[in-house]
Write a protein that binds this ligand. Structure first.
Ligand code: FES
Length: 160
């Protein structure tokens, strides 16, 4: 990341400087700004808030909402909560992995178009099994239906 890119952090940090518990809100906004939390960003935050980098890193790697790697243009969340699990969300997950050639270790496509993540509940249990793509809810999913949506997004035909 270019050094200039880090200056976007200054206004974020200024909002929370001197307040107790400032690290989490700063990380939240930094994640939103950059889409992930590269080490340079964590280091800059540590310096500016005068806290050890190890503490920033510890928090950034503890919470699932933070990412250490850039995510794809489309972030797919497959729910694996109880309601979705009993409605076979695992076959939806497997279908997406197969379609996008992803694995547990590799969750972003090489072209950085799609990132696949699992979550424990998306708050739409009545629509199980549920997938969201960039926050848009797709309920009562089947492997065929989710593959069709991915095809459409890959062709850029619809907005997620
Ligand atoms: S368990 Fe899947 S949306 Fe709640």
């Amino acid at each position: 990341m270019e050094k200039e890119g880090l200056y976007k952090l200054d206004s974020i940090i200024e909002k929370f400087r001197g307040k107790s518990g400032s690290l989490i809100p700063v990380l939240n906004e930094a994640q939103e700004e950059y889409g992930y939390l590269p080490l340079e960003v964590q280091d800059y935050i540590a310096q500016q808030l005068n806290i050890p980098l190890s503490k920033v890193y510890g928090v950034a790697t503890f919470y699932a909402q933070y990412s250490m790697e850039p995510k794809g243009e489309y972030v797919i969340h497959v729910c694996d909560g109880t309601a979705c699990h009993v409605r076979r969300s695992t076959i939806i997950l497997d279908a997406i992995k197969e379609k996008l050639q992803l694995t547990d270790e590799k969750n972003t496509t090489d072209n950085k178009k799609f990132t696949l993540e699992t979550v424990s509940c998306l708050g739409a249990c009545g629509l199980a099994p549920v997938v969201t793509i960039n926050g848009k809810v797709h309920g009562k999913m089947s492997p065929k239906a989710v593959k069709k949506i991915i095809d459409e997004l890959d062709g850029g035909e619809i907005d997620a």
